[in-house]
Design a protein around this ligand. Structure first.
Ligand code: AMP
Ligand code: GLY
Length: 425
């Protein structure tokens, strides 16, 4: 079977790597991919949100399954596009249709969904420019810090957490009246601030049954000690030690089951990943957000721990017999450390030559922002490489990743030297 993966990051390289181990997979194509996917699969120069070009590629390469990495094609309706097309409709797409993708595409929708189905989450109300004054009054009724979220997709930047009431009011006005995040902030969700420690749980579902994948924690800030600007993620660890059996049982009963049942009750046929961002407050889970895809760099620690054939699991999603599929996870700990371009997440240079990528026994190097230029592999993005290691303890896995990193070089390479700092020692 030939497979097409949409996307170009570390997440997609990890999917490619894991699927390439399946005997049932013949050829893997990645659109557009990166230098890492090119080494083990075939990159095709297609933009994942250009559905007509995706269709041409599917026909030209005899694709029999499509895996969607990022959220944008899902929110824009790539799965619906396939179902509406006579040639494409029999080809399974791993990822929800537009109705399910709203769990990530609209914060207002996802909050309403959680409340309707009794899923624990922060109290909230939504506002537009029509009821801005009520929004300001609602802020007055809350205690700081204030959490403001643009309803739509805002490239990971749409959440503001503010200590001052005055600032919260003026930012709300900027968002709804002056389109601070464009259309995405015409509606703003204001919610209670949740205390606790964050982690993520990932679910794969065929719409009927589900598998809970390993938990993970990512490190979002650019600076050590979790300081500085937000990034897409600077590193990740799986499993999360403070998510013990008792806590994960609560997550399954209070969050996962009502989410799957809620989708069914609402008539949403959801086939794909659900990434549940959680707050653990003294052992009680509360949902911070849903994403309708896997996380990046979380995928780079979650997939290497899955021992089952990933294609088999996707086949189960496609044929709605996921329940029958074998699913096992190693007890080993996975860590990943992101190597980024100097300057990221602000402006940075591209095109730096990367050296030292070969012959690493202790780690798997997943490419994110890389491309092939002549004979060389060069940087082509802010997040460049994710260096993943598996070991018996967090510390050992981190030591392996950092040892591997010692021999990798590119101009202005930057990385956090303290991934897992809150979990070890
Ligand atoms: P989101 O895009 O909803 O994941 O929000 C981005 C980040 O903001 C989350 O990963 C949390 O760190 C933080 N955050 C969002 N909502 C809340 C909340 N209600 N209370 C505390 N922190 C939050
Ligand atoms: N690492 C967070 C995300 O993928 O959204």
């Amino acid at each position: 079977m030939n497979i097409l993966i949409l996307g170009s990051g570390g997440r997609e390289h990890a999917f490619t790597y894991k699927l390439s181990q399946s005997k049932k997979v013949t050829k893997i194509f990645v659109a557009p991919g990166n230098a890492g996917t090119q080494e083990i699969a075939t990159n095709i120069n297609v933009n994942p949100t250009d559905f007509e070009s995706v269709k041409k590629a599917v026909i030209a390469h005899d694709i029999q399954m499509v895996i969607v990495g990022p959220e944008a094609p899902l929110v824009n309706g790539v799965h619906d596009f396939f179902l509406a097309d006579n040639v494409l409709k029999s080809i399974p797409v791993i990822g929800p249709k537009k109705d399910g993708a709203l769990l990530e595409g609209s914060k207002d929708f996802s909050k309403e969904f959680m409340v309707k189905h009794g899923i624990p989450t922060a109290k909230y109300q939504s506002f537009t420019k029509e009821n801005l004054q009520q929004g300001k009054l609602f802020l007055e009724s809350l205690t700081p810090p204030y959490v403001l979220k643009a309803d739509g997709l805002a490239a990971g930047k749409g959440v503001l957490i503010l200590d001052s009431l005055e600032e919260a009011k003026s930012e709300l006005e900027e968002m709804v009246s002056n389109q601070k995040f464009g259309d995405a902030s015409s509606t703003v969700v204001i919610e209670e601030f949740l205390k606790g420690i964050e982690l993520s749980v990932f679910v794969l579902t065929d719409g009927k049954s589900y598998k809970i994948l390993p938990s993970a924690k990512d490190y979002k800030r650019i600076g050590e000690g979790d300081k500085g600007l937000n990034t897409g993620g600077m590193g990740a660890i799986s499993p999360v030690p403070f998510a013990d059996k008792n806590f994960l049982n609560k997550v399954e009963e209070l969050v996962v089951k009502p989410t799957i049942l809620g989708l069914q009750k609402d008539g949403i046929d959801y086939r794909g990943f659900i990434f549940i961002g959680l707050m653990n407050d003294n052992g009680n889970p509360s949902v911070v957000e849903y994403n309708v895809r896997m996380g990046d760099p979380e995928t780079e620690v979650v997939l290497p721990r899955i021992q089952s054939d990933l294609f088999d699991l996707f086949d189960g999603v496609a044929n709605q017999n996921l329940e029958e599929k074998e699913f096992s996870v190693t007890d080993k700990i996975a860590t990943t450390v992101m190597l980024v371009s100097g300057g990221y997440p602000e402006s940075y240079e591209k095109g730096a030559i990367i050296s030292g990528l070969d012959n690493h026994k202790d780690s798997t190097i997943f490419h994110a922002g890389t491309k092939i230029k002549g004979e060389a592999i060069v940087t082509s993005g802010g997040r460049v490489l994710a260096v993943t290691s598996l070991a018996d303890s967090i510390q050992e896995a981190l030591d392996q990743s950092y040892k591997t990193i010692d021999s990798i070089h590119f101009k202005k390479m930057n990385y956090r030297k303290d991934i897992g700092f809150d979990l070890v020692g």
